[in-house]
Design a protein around this ligand. Structure first.
Ligand SMILES: Cc1cc2nc3c(=O)[nH]c(=O)nc-3n(C[C@H](O)[C@H](O)[C@H](O)COP(=O)(O)O)c2cc1C
Length: 540
């Protein structure tokens, strides 16, 4: 039997064992020493059934079981390990591992460059590109709204070259037959419906022609009450629609959705997912966040009197119908289904209005966070087939700077002290979604948001986030505009997002094409031009 120390010393020989009979949990990894063909189990020993199966399948294997916390301290493994050793009839090594070797192996298993599983697919690294809508999908001419333009294609080619673990395609509007009116928030928003099928194919091809290793996941959205109004003068027209009577902080008027409208929207999401799958992309994400339509349904404030409002089961009905419909229509086991979820929409808007009855609030008239309901929602999403969760918080149109895209980490956050990490709300929500209590979430990856504030320390923060069970991967949003490159972002040499003047958000709210107006001269000029006729609310 080789010792763990020898295994650790064998540099660069570790590969993930793809034959492994059960899916490792988020942070647990089954590695195979390619030189000796021995199996090394790294992580907490929660899946005794899987360990048993492994033992019976491969009697040659030595299984080194370790607990991360023990490993960090370089101490022998615990009682649980001994029990598992008996279960598998495999010897489990007791060891004292030298710190530098432990550090090296920890990096290989939990570091930003380490792979993780999503369903049947191995994601090559833990740095993720979050969806960033850039409002430049106007094809080659004005009547090609919703199709990628040359600039859109150029952006995604750059993202493909950047080689993150997953690239999320920006919020992509669904269409509702007969495709005359779209409820979309952007003038030139990418669209996934039957009339735009060719555009989705082109975009997927562009990305995949450069990079077939990273996953490409489209975020599907309907903008609901955040949509452009009918008098916005866009082509094709857009309209504001509402789930429940206007009240409180979100009193925008809009046409109330009928049940027939809701069924059309459901079919629009399902068809959008099918079009994305047929384009050769790796998955879709249903947008249940940031105050767009599906989050409006989920809120306690949704007191619609029919079966789509009121009790939790009713508020989640449309989500369930969409997810189950997608699972029914798409039987490709490699195609993953994600949910982006605002675990808490916040307690207040930037203008000081109280947010009553948002997602995560105790009830329709409360703004106090209570994790019970959002946790139940995550449990349901998992039951209906979610392969992963992309966690976020807040509502850009109402409290974006406070909750969605903070300007800085909290003051008491210490990059070197993971005990302070949960003070950052994005990490707290990742952690809640990630926790193993009940085991429901141990088999699906969780992505945490809000990494752009860490600049050249992104790699260190991401390592700690994974190591300390906060999330499986970390998503950069604003950072993908100045520089999305995995290697540069992780090794400290990228152009780091300065969050200066919220330039990218300013371009977006002014209905401009979005890019980095700090580093990129083209977007700098666009912002100067936009400021001549549009003043962002926060600059007034
Ligand atoms: C200009 C802009 C566009 C965005 N577009 C989307 C989007 O299409 N879908 C989405 O879920 N989030 C969107 N976001 C939010 C980001 O994905 C991300 O969650 C947020 O910026 C926080 O991450 P960061 O600190 O790394 O930027 C957008 C943010 C900005 C600033």
């Amino acid at each position: 039997m080789i010792s763990l120390v020898e295994t650790l010393e064998n540099d660069g020989i570790v590969e993930i064992d793809k034959q492994y009979p059960f899916r490792p949990g988020r942070n647990d990894s089954i590695l195979k020493d390619a030189a000796t063909q021995r199996v090394v189990f790294f992580g907490r020993c929660i899946d005794t059934q899987g360990i048993k199966a492994l033992g019976s399948r491969n009697t040659e294997a030595n299984i080194f079981i370790t607990d991360r916390a023990e490993l960090i301290r370089g101490k022998p493994v615990n009682e649980e390990t001994r029990a598992l050793s008996q279960l598998t009839s495999q010897p489990c090594l007791m060891y004292e591992a030298p710190t530098q070797l432990v550090d090296k192996r920890l990096k290989a298993v939990y570091g930003p460059e380490s792979p993780f599983w999503v369903g049947n697919k191995l994601v090559p690294c833990r740095l993720i590109h979050q969806p960033m809508e850039c409002n430049d999908s106007h094809g080659d001419s004005a009547d090609r709204n919703g199709f990628p333009s040359q600039r859109t294609l150029r952006r995604y080619r750059r993202l493909a070259e950047a080689r993150a673990g997953i690239t999320w395609v920006e919020a992509t509007s669904i269409g509702v037959a007969p495709y005359r009116v779209y409820s979309r928030a952007r003038k030139d928003q990418l669209t996934a419906d039957e009339p735009h099928r060719e555009g989705i194919n082109t975009l997927t091809d562009e990305y995949k022609s450069v990079n077939r290793d990273s996953l490409l996941i489209y975020q599907l959205n309907h903008s609901g009450q955040i949509s452009l109004p009918a008098d916005a003068g866009v082509t094709p027209p857009s309209e504001v629609v509402r789930v429940y009577e206007p009240k409180g902080f979100d009193a925008r008027p809009g046409r109330m959705l009928t049940k027939e409208d809701i069924w059309g929207i459901r079919d629009g999401f399902i068809n959008g997912a099918v079009i994305v799958e047929q384009s050769g992309a790796d998955g879709v994400e249903i947008k249940g966040c940031h105050a767009y339509l599906l989050s409006q349904f989920l809120r306690p404030a949704n007191t619609r009197p029919d079966e789509y409002g009121g009790p939790l089961e009713n508020r989640m009905r449309l989500f369930r119908e969409i997810m189950e419909g997608i699972k029914e229509r798409i039987d490709n086991p490699d195609f993953s289904l994600w949910v982006r979820f605002s675990m808490y929409e916040g307690d207040v808007t930037v203008s000081g209005h109280t947010v009553l009855g948002g997602i995560g609030a105790k009830g329709p008239d409360s703004n106090v966070f209570d994790e019970q309901e959002p946790m139940e929602m995550l449990r349901c999403f998992r039951e209906w087939g979610a392969d992963g969760f992309n966690m976020t918080a807040g509502m850009p149109a109402y409290n974006g700077d406070l909750w969605v895209r903070p300007p800085n980490p909290p003051e008491d956050f210490d990059v070197d002290d993971p005990l302070t990490y949960r003070k950052y709300h994005h990490f707290e929500y990742g952690h809640l979604a990630n926790r193993r209590n009940g085991g429901v979430f141990s088999d699906v990856p969780v992505i945490a948001s809000g990494f752009s504030v860490f600049g050249e320390q992104i790699a260190q923060v991401l390592f700690n986030v994974v190591l300390y069970d906060i999330a499986d991967a970390g998503g950069i949003g604003r950072q993908i505009l100045p520089d999305p490159d995995r290697e540069r972002v992780l090794n400290g040499t990228a152009n780091y997002c300065k969050r200066k003047d919220k330039c990218c958000s300013e371009l977006l709210v002014g209905q401009g094409e979005v890019g980095c107006a700090v580093y990129d001269e083209e977007y700098k000029a666009m912002l100067r031009e936009q400021r001549k006729h549009f003043t962002a609310p926060w600059r007034k």
